[in-house]
Ligand binder design. Structure first.
Ligand code: 5AD
Ligand code: SF4
Length: 444
């Protein structure tokens, strides 16, 4: 490293919102450590990839990207390349050896050590830290907002996961579950609001098991939600992800009580078959899941419900698949993220079950699930025709500079002709037309 020259870093993020939030923590740690953030890969001295391991596909994308970085490094041998996140944690030295390209490897709980690791790499020694922690929450770090629209932001409220769903690599890649001090979450939310932000999304693998204890005081998830909701009625609060086994009546009632807690719940079901749910170690039955949906629909009319579905898990039969399709109809999901099962190393499923649904069958089942969801999403959008929603304006529509876009409480994107209001302000919009993904309306 040359003396006195401030080294510039560029971060590329893969995977979930949690990773985007982590990249903002990394940017903050590095800025405090004397490095400078850059949005331009070409001028960067350090390139960091914050990676995801959840599906094989996610890892494949990163491996492809590493090939490109190899060519960059050939041209610029001084370039430092670092791998962060779940893939760093999962593969440790293996990827460093395999790729012969990486200078730094840092797992999700090692980001405070990044300045030191980068120093070490700068002096020609490859550096690795993938030690997981039982208590790191980065609670005191004030994230640098990357790619921000200045209106909505993510806040991590907990890390790790201990549910050990049999297909999932997250408990191995992100370690033990731990919650963050609520005071720091409240402070971060308040600061964002003062800066002009109008929406925060509270993030965790399973936010419903958020729990903080200090002395005699305890704070659970509904308690935290409420404390953020009361900061200001103009601040919208969202959250993700909820595990169905932990979504309590208390949470549903808090969502119902505060207009600024968004009426949108992401509740991954994964499968509609009890046999598969059991094999996945999800700890709820199809009936219990549908019971939660009924409670949400009766307590919070108009609440959007979205889900995640995995198709083609080990031993999934045609009958199991049909039950998933049936459940989707019964739940009438507004939106779904759908995936083909991919075996992940270390997981219970990889060690104990056979990945025995043939690829073409997985693909066909996935197609059927996607087609059905398109119908359900379209029906959901058609139900909104003629309705009026409060929309938080996020900016100009990508398609036209005469239109604004924003979201309603249900998290649906709405597009409408510009008014005198500005991004960051709320406006009531009446739905005139719908497409498969968007509600098109007019401000009233
Ligand atoms: N294969 C396919 N999908 C997976 N997910 C998690 N692990 C796997 C896997 N091994 C999906 C789940 C989860 C979402 C984030 O990713 O649906 O809810
Ligand atoms: Fe993975 Fe299950 Fe934890 Fe979600 S709850 S991160 S699917 S182990």
């Amino acid at each position: 490293m040359t003396e006195n020259k401030i080294r510039k870093f560029y971060i590329e993020t893969y995977g979930c919102q949690m990773n985007f939030s982590d990249s903002e923590i990394v940017a903050s740690i590095l800025t405090d450590g004397g490095f400078q953030a850059s949005g331009n890969l070409q001028e960067a001295d350090i390139v960091l990839l914050n990676t995801c391991s959840i599906r094989e596909h996610a890892e494949d994308r990163v491996r492809k990207r590493l090939h490109y970085f190899r060519s960059l490094k050939k041209k610029n041998p001084g370039l430092t390349i670092g791998l962060l996140g779940c893939m760093a944690e999962r593969t440790k030295f293996a990827l460093m050896e395999e790729e012969q390209l990486l200078d730094v490897i840092a797992g999700p709980d090692s980001y405070r050590h990044l300045p030191g690791l980068l120093e070490q790499a700068g002096s020609g020694q490859r550096a690795i830290d993938t030690i997981l922690s039982a208590d790191e929450t980065y609670a005191d770090i004030n994230p640098v907002r990357l790619d921000s629209n200045g209106i909505s932001s993510f806040i991590s409220i907990m890390r790790g996961c201990e549910n050990f769903c049999s297909y999932c690599v997250v408990p191995y890649a992100r370690g033990q579950e731990r919650s963050r001090d609520p005071e720091t979450v409240i402070r971060e939310s308040r600061d964002l609001f003062i800066q002009g932000y109008r929406e925060v999304t509270l993030l965790g693998q399973n936010v419903n098991s958020y729990f903080w204890k200090e002395g005699n005081e305890t704070v659970n998830f509904p308690g935290l939600l409420e404390r953020i909701a009361v900061l200001d009625p103009q601040l919208r609060v969202r959250f993700a992800t909820s595990h169905p086994k932990d979504l309590s009546l208390e949470v549903i009632e808090i969502i119902e009580k505060y207009p600024n807690i968004c009426k949108a719940i992401h509740l991954p079901v994964q499968s509609g078959s009890d046999k598969i749910l059991d094999k996945m170690n999800r700890k709820y039955t199809r009936e219990e899941y549908l019971g939660k949906i009924r409670t949400i629909r009766s307590k919070i009319p108009g609440c959007a419900i979205s889900t995640d579905i995995i198709t083609g898990f080990c031993d999934e039969t045609e009958e199991d698949h049909k039950q998933t399709l049936e459940l989707m109809k019964e739940a009438a999901f507004d939106f779904a993220f759908t995936f083909k099962y991919s075996e992940r190393p270390q997981t219970i499923a990889a060690e104990q079950y056979e990945d025995n649904v043939p690829a073409p069958v997985k693909e066909r089942r996935l197609r059927e699930i996607i087609e059905l969801q398109q119908e359900l999403s379209s029906a959901s959008n058609h139900r909104d025709l003629g309705e009026t929603f409060e929309v938080l304006i996020e900016g100009e529509s990508k398609r036209s500079d005469k239109q604004y876009f924003g979201r309603n409480s249900q998290n649906k994107v709405m597009v409408f002709p510009k008014t005198s209001l500005k991004p960051g302000e709320y406006v009531k919009v009446k739905v005139k037309r719908v497409t498969s993904a968007t509600l098109i309306g007019e401000a009233i």
